[in-house]
Design a protein around this ligand. Structure first.
Ligand code: ADP
Ligand code: MG
Length: 568
């Protein structure tokens, strides 16, 4: 579409406002323009925290010579034409505001050339006014250079942080788009130093390695909602959710490692962050946040991007459907980590001395044939290597040896994890093992517990508790989960009733039963019992954390041990 100034009717409907808040906003707008122009290579160069220089160079469609001036007019865009187009925006830009806003607060030079032109166009603007125009040779694409940003807006300049902080915002913008567009080759130079360079291979994994490093990348698992069938009966089909999610082992203390892209637009959304964190329920410790890159694709008319000038906030037509889809796809990815062949695979890992701890191993069972139609990421598996029991420490921990070093396993936390997964499995298969009591037992509850219990007989029954009212705040119990036989199940139920006011009841019951039936800390275990516990732990899907999210074990690799003892 040629660049045209939008009709005032359309202008009045767009969420206009200041888009150039700081150097990183300039970088964001320019990179978005390059992406909208279908570039496959984008290089960004900045100096002096972006205030000195920002240059974005791409190999995209370019701007035809006759339209270059127009691109700097307010509300001039080639991306939408009429009011109706606002309902289904597929491009990253659409307001025709970025270039004029940038030109108003900086000195801008543009060199651009389209594929059909033999020579490119050069234009210089100062204070938004064209001061120079000419022809210049360049291959198809666009280079925009922004100098002296905010020099004439001291109020803005004053509010900027240190160059290091502005640089980190800029690096974040480029990193996020590198994650959103793995098929595009990004380069970022800060003060002459290359800080990011992606291959443009089209594989998200490659971008993750560049952006977050190998250690995090090795601990990521692929998320794809199409890997499972959706529940039938939903009125609106849920969006496709793809991306990668980090193992609980690489959690972070802030949410800054959570990235969301909606139809490839980088967005911030508390709702989406919440959906992902819900998926990690029971896997992370309090105050820890996951690493995840989540892309949501849905028909553009189901999302409104026109609510904030920077376009980073969006509104979904069906928020709860998106929430559910993101949560399920992420959870699914975390749960389906363990393939059936886990044990043999781990055994192989044992024979060939691994160079790194193989807590996450490839689910594919070796390399795929070279003819593999689509690129496959190694699917991490949270399986444990085979462990050999050495003994028990302080009646609390099992000391074991693995293919790569020493493992100290918290017996209570480990057993909790084993039982928790067993309980959940039994419940979902409706095969809960129940223990009938010789004599029904009565127990009394306080008014608050009474109120909670009244609305949750059903949930408790699903886990094997048969509880019925027996007069004033008294209840009669006929059966309990077999796991709790001879355990303090009355205490457990009381605790459960006290701790719950809302939230996920079923989850809490499972956690609570696991906690109360697991071996205690301080309990001595025989060698056989320890071996059996480890054997069971090898079978679970999430052996590294207990259902409360605490770690079940500490691993000291052979390398770490050598280092500790000062041997090279
Ligand atoms: P918007 O992106 O909202 O359309 P901008 O002010 O960012 O508004 O850009 C105005 C127009 O200039 C775009 O619609 C596009 O046609 C053109 N343009 C800007 N940057 C580029 C680029 N890197 N490559 C090709 N065309 C561009
Ligand atoms: Mg734009």
């Amino acid at each position: 579409m040629p660049i045209k100034v939008l009709d005032p009717k359309v202008v009045s409907r767009i969420a206009a406002g200041e888009v150039v808040e700081r150097p990183a906003s300039v970088v964001k707008e320019l990179v978005e323009n390059s992406l909208d122009a279908d570039s496959t290579q984008i290089s960004v160069e900045v100096r002096g925290g972006g205030v000195g220089l920002i240059r974005v160079m791409d190999n995209g469609a370019g701007i035809p010579s006759g339209e270059v001036e127009l691109a700097f007019d307010r509300y001039a865009t080639s991306k939408i034409g009429e009011l109706a187009d606002l309902e289904g925006i597929e491009s990253l830009g659409f307001r025709g505001e970025a270039l004029p806003s940038i030109a108003a607060v900086a000195q801008v030079d543009i060199v651009t050339c389209t594929a059909g032109e033999s020579v490119g166009t050069h234009l210089s603007l100062k204070d938004g006014v064209v001061v120079n125009r000419g022809s210049q040779g360049r291959s198809p694409g666009t280079t925009i250079t922004v100098n002296n940003l905010f020099r004439r807006v001291p109020a803005r300049l004053k509010f900027l942080k240190s160059p290091a902080t502005e640089n980190s915002h800029i690096a974040n913008v480029v990193s996020q788009y590198a994650l959103a567009f793995p098929e595009v080759k990004f380069t970022l130079l800060i003060d002459g130093k290359a800080v990011l360079r992606t291959a443009g291979s089209g594989r998200l994994m490659d971008s993750v390695i560049e952006v977050y490093g190998l250690e995090i990348a090795q601990n990521m698992v692929e998320v794809d909602s199409q890997n499972r069938g959706w529940e039938s009966g939903t009125v609106v089909s849920p969006p496709r959710v793809t991306g990668m999610a980090g193992s609980p082992a690489v959690s972070r203390s802030s949410r800054s490692y959570l990235s969301f892209f909606v139809n490839r637009r980088w967005v911030s959304s508390r709702m989406l962050a919440w959906a992902v964190e819900e998926a990690y329920h029971g896997l992370l410790m309090q105050g820890r946040h996951p690493v995840a890159i989540i892309s949501i694709s849905l028909p553009p008319e189901q999302v409104d991007v026109n609510i904030h000038p920077a376009k980073t906030e969006i509104k979904f037509q069906n928020e709860h459907i998106v929430f559910g889809a993101v949560q399920r796809a992420t959870r699914q990815a975390l749960i389906e980590l363990a393939p059936v062949s886990k044990i043999e695979e781990v055994a192989t890992a044992y024979v060939s001395p691994p160079s790194a701890p193989r807590l996450w191993t490839s689910a594919g069972g070796g390399d795929r044939p070279a003819t593999s139609p689509s690129p496959t990421y190694p699917t991490p598996v949270v399986s444990l290597p085979l462990l050999r029991v050495l003994g028990q420490l302080a009646s609390d921990y099992i000391v074991a040896e693995g293919p790569d070093g020493l493992y100290l396993i918290d017996q209570h936390a480990a057993h909790e994890r084993v039982l928790y997964e067993k309980i959940k499995q039994q419940r979902s298969g409706q095969k809960v093992e129940v223990q009938g009591l010789l004599e029904p037992v009565t127990f009394e509850v306080n008014p608050k517990q009474d109120a909670v219990l009244k609305s949750h007989y059903e949930d408790l029954a699903q886990f094997g508790f048969s509880i019925e009212p027996f007069g004033d705040r008294t209840y009669l119990v006929r059966t309990v989960p077999a796991l709790l036989h001879n355990k303090d199940w009355v205490g457990m139920v009381r605790e459960l009733l006290d701790s719950l006011s809302g939230g996920d009841w079923v989850e809490s019951i499972a956690v609570s039963i696991a906690c109360h039936s697991a071996v205690r800390a301080g309990q001595s275990l025989t060698d056989d019992e320890m071996r059996e516990l480890l054997r069971q732990l090898e079978q679970v899907t999430m052996p590294h954390t207990c259902p409360h999210g605490r770690p079940t074990m500490i691993h000291l690799s052979s390398g770490q041990l050598k280092r500790e003892f000062g041997r090279s």
